[in-house]
Design a protein around this ligand. Structure first.
Ligand SMILES: [Zn+2]
Ligand SMILES: [Zn+2]
Length: 231
């Protein structure tokens, strides 16, 4: 697969994950098992926040994000599209930039009809900057960003499990929203850490799978199942 560069888009990275991991994922994992990996690696990343270990947080959150994209690939959901639908250069709740939810005590989601597509970031890095414009890192602590990410993973998990059980369209629509919320909070942690997400992706995935360096990945089932980052 072509590597990741600073101009890589969210969609290109999602396609990269499909190319490298789609085959093994299809053979080895159910959606619920992929969800378990989204959660597992995110919690390790959050532990890194408590331990003041940026390297641990960064790597584990990237692996959680990769599992999220694998899950979205399985469900044919385009994260870039859903992120822009949810965050068209303003807060999804109060509708302003920067977000005024806290200062104005906004109680109800504001409907914003006008989406200016000319503002849509082109690259993943552009989306990271957009999220910092909407939710400046200076307005929260790193721990706050971590707690918010944990909350969103809980909400994403609930709705994904509900959809797997009942196959209701409404639950599927909520998956789209919760996936975008997860991504916004993941990027929020990177903004709080002042870490450039796409540079970290480029480092970790400089040569296909970060473990076997093949595309498609040829890691064994037991290797993937028992995988832990060394930090
Ligand atoms: Zn807001
Ligand atoms: Zn591999």
């Amino acid at each position: 697969m072509a590597g990741i560069s600073k101009n890589t888009t969210i969609r290109e990275f999602q396609d990269f994950i499909q190319g490298v991991y789609g085959l093994q994922n299809n053979r080895y994992f159910e959606v619920s098992e992929m969800l378990n990996n989204i959660q597992r690696f995110a919690m390790r990343g959050i532990k890194g926040i408590r331990k003041n270990n940026t390297k641990r947080t960064t790597k584990n959150l990237i692996i959680s994000f990769s599992w999220l994209l694998s899950t979205l690939n399985r469900l044919h959901i385009d994260l870039e599209k859903e992120t822009w639908n949810r965050f068209p250069y303003h807060c999804s709740y109060c509708g302003t930039i920067p977000c005024e939810c806290k200062t104005k005590k906004v109680q109800k989601r504001v409907d914003v009809a006008d989406i200016d597509d000319s503002k849509r970031p082109k690259t993943l890095n552009g989306f990271q900057k957009m999220f910092n414009d909407i939710y400046p890192y200076s307005t929260r602590t790193l721990e706050h960003a971590g707690v918010h990410l944990a909350e969103e993973i809980g909400e994403f998990s609930e709705v994904l499990i509900a959809y797997r059980n009942e196959k209701e369209d409404n639950d599927f629509k909520r998956i789209l929203v919760e996936a975008a919320d997860y991504f916004s909070c993941l990027v929020g942690v990177f903004n709080s850490l002042n870490v450039d997400l796409v540079s970290e992706l480029a480092n970790l995935y400089s040569n296909n799978c970060h473990e076997c360096h093949n595309s498609p990945c040829s890691c064994s089932y037991s290797y993937i199942k028992n995988y832990k980052t060394e930090d």
